[in-house]
Each structure stands twice: as C-alpha cells, then as structure tokens.
Design a protein around this ligand. Structure first.
Ligand SMILES: [Zn+2]
Length: 258
C-alpha cells in the first residue's frame, strides 16, 4: 500500500513525458518543491487535467513510489484566470515561475516562500497593465488601489532574493555601513546591496550605478507597503532602470548557483 499525501500547491512547470504523461513541478505548502508525474494527464478523459493546469493553485494528492511521485488527485482552488488574459501578465508569471524553480531546490516547506508566491500570484491577478505593449506611454491609472503589473515582477524578485538570503542593505552602505544619502550610488551584486561612492572607488568588484529614486523604489518593494505600492506610479525610465538592476542581480545570483 502506498501512502497518500495531500497538500496545496502551485503548478509551476509542466514537461511532457512519453505519449500522454507529464512531469509537473509543483511548489507545495507542506513539502516544498516537488516533481510529480501526472500519468495519462494529457488524455482528454483524464480527471486530473481540470486541477493541474499551469499556474493553478490546487489541492493535490500524490503517492510516493520507489522512483517517483505520482499524482492521484488535483482539485482546483484558484485558477488566477487574469494571468492568462494579456501577454504582459503571462510573461511575468512565466518569469516568476522560472526564477522560483531555478533558485528553490530543496524538498522543504517554507512558509515565507509560500506566502510570497501566493501573494504575488494574487496581486498579479488583480493588477493593472498600465503600460501598453506597443507604446511606451503610461496610461493614467484608473484606480489607485491596484499595483502596476510590471512592478510586481520586481516586487517578487527583490523579496524572493531577500528571503533566500542574498541581500544586505539598501539603507546603509554594504561595505562601510554609513547611512546612504540621495546621491550617486552603486549596486554591488557581490554584496547584494548598495555601496557609497567612496567605497566604490576602493572596491575591485563590479558595480552598477543606481539612481536614488531606484533605491527608494526597491526599499518600498521590500517594505511590502501595499497602500503605498498601489499609489506608486513608476515612470518608464525608472522602470527601465529597475529592470536593468533586477536583471543584472538575478543573472549574478544564477551564475553563483548554477
Ligand atoms: Zn561605503
């Protein structure tokens, strides 16, 4: 007899195996990240299909075999249907799932990571795409209560890296510990934080210029102040700068890990 395990999980990735099977990467509430085989899940008659689509939050049941886990039940809790409504949101969701999958390895439950994923998916489902695909013009926000979709990726990333322990500081220089002032500052991937211009001159490690406004935005993201985040209207140029530093830091972290 196999033991049946029940938990909740986010379906982060699906890979086809053979003719009708799929290997699902699921971040579960109680067991961390798991790879679970969905047998015959691609067949139309499969009962598992309705609860095991990409980016669903579902209640799942699986059994542990000798070599792998097999999915035996999947009941949908939240399909986050808006995530598939526009390309912006879908792209962000794919990126978040990929980053999460690449940096979370262990089969260990983590309440904070679970909460962050849950919160990010929920907010992304409710966010506003204020920036159109074709133009760089920022539309006036219809409501001040929802957060800009683009910002949510960065919200996720900075909080995620912080939870994984990759971060030192945004209020004090990561090297000399002096309080930072709104002047020319530098981001150091090695230190995982900001360094002042005096320390930048002395350091041998690579740094990236970061404007005080971007430092402020990252501080707000890390504070998780949703009221403030809802009111925050980030200009295109700031969003681009934020993207540059986020991408730079992420690639440095991935290089360390892989
Ligand atoms: Zn310093």
């Amino acid at each position: 007899m196999f033991t049946h395990y029940r938990t909740q999980g986010f379906i982060l990735k699906k890979n086809d195996r053979g003719e009708s099977n799929q290997l699902l990467t699921i971040y579960t509430k109680d067991f961390g990240k798991l790879e679970i085989l969905g047998r015959a899940i691609r067949k139309i008659s499969s009962k598992l299909r309705s609860g095991a689509e990409l980016f669903y939050l579902s209640e799942i049941e699986f059994i542990q075999g000798k070599t792998h886990k097999t999915l035996t039940d999947a009941i949908l809790i939240n399909n986050f249907k808006n995530l598939r409504k526009d390309l912006t949101r879908l792209t962000i969701t794919y990126k978040i799932s990929e980053v999460f999958d690449r940096l979370v390895s262990g089969q260990e439950s983590d309440k904070k990571l679970w909460q962050l994923l849950n919160e990010t998916f929920t907010k992304l489902n409710d966010c506003q795409s204020s920036i159109t695909e074709a133009s760089t013009e920022v539309k006036k926000k219809e409501s001040s209560s929802t957060v800009d979709c683009q910002l949510l990726y960065h919200y996720f990333l900075w909080n995620f890296l912080s939870l994984l322990g990759y971060q030192s500081g945004f209020y004090r220089c990561s090297l000399c510990q002096k309080r930072l002032f709104p002047e020319k500052l530098y981001f150091s991937a090695k230190e995982g934080g900001i360094i002042c211009s005096q320390c930048q001159k002395k350091t041998k490690s690579e740094t990236l210029i970061v404007f005080p406004d971007i430092v402020k935005i990252i501080r707000i993201l890390l504070k998780k102040d949703w009221t403030f985040l809802g009111k925050l209207k980030v200009e295109i140029k700031d969003l681009n700068s934020l993207r540059t530093i986020s991408n730079y830091y992420l690639s440095e972290v991935l290089e360390q890990v892989e």
